[in-house]
Write a protein that binds this ligand. Structure first.
Ligand SMILES: [Zn+2]
Length: 138
């Protein structure tokens, strides 16, 4: 759900667990007041405090967390260039797997997945830039 900072404060809603790395939607429409601005982007379920969640909501949150755990653990970094292009980059994949977003002692796998996805894109973009630079240098 996307909502502006004013509405977040008014409603006493939390920010995304991965803030400021994730959980921001630039130039979006606030779903509460309709204003176009930089918004918080937080899954609707996270806005309900655990103590107020119904059994279904709790089960749904758990199921989503498990689904995101699988997605997060399946993310890998592959080499973009060189003779090992397309192959798994073990070192970067190890680093990726060390990224964990925790709420208290529990892992927030949706936030972890989002953050790992950013890191994965970052690594690959970085490699791409290096490769492009090598091409230009010639
Ligand atoms: Zn708003």
């Amino acid at each position: 759900m996307k909502f502006c900072e004013d509405c977040r404060i008014k409603k006493h809603w939390p920010r995304s667990t991965g803030f400021p790395y994730i959980g921001i939607a630039m130039n979006s429409k606030c779903e509460v007041c309709g204003k176009h601005t930089d918004c918080n982007d937080v899954p609707g379920l996270e806005l309900v405090p655990d103590s107020e969640k119904s059994t279904e909501q709790r089960l749904l949150a758990q199921a989503m967390n498990n689904a995101y755990r699988e997605k997060a653990e399946a993310l890998v970094v592959t080499n973009v260039s060189g003779t090992r292009a397309g192959h798994l980059n073990h070192e970067k994949t190890e680093q990726l797997r060390k990224i964990l977003v925790k709420v208290g002692t529990a892992v927030d796998w949706q936030a972890t997945y989002d953050l790992r996805l950013r890191a994965q894109e970052g690594y690959q973009k970085d490699e791409q830039t290096k490769r492009d630079r090598r091409v230009y240098d010639k």
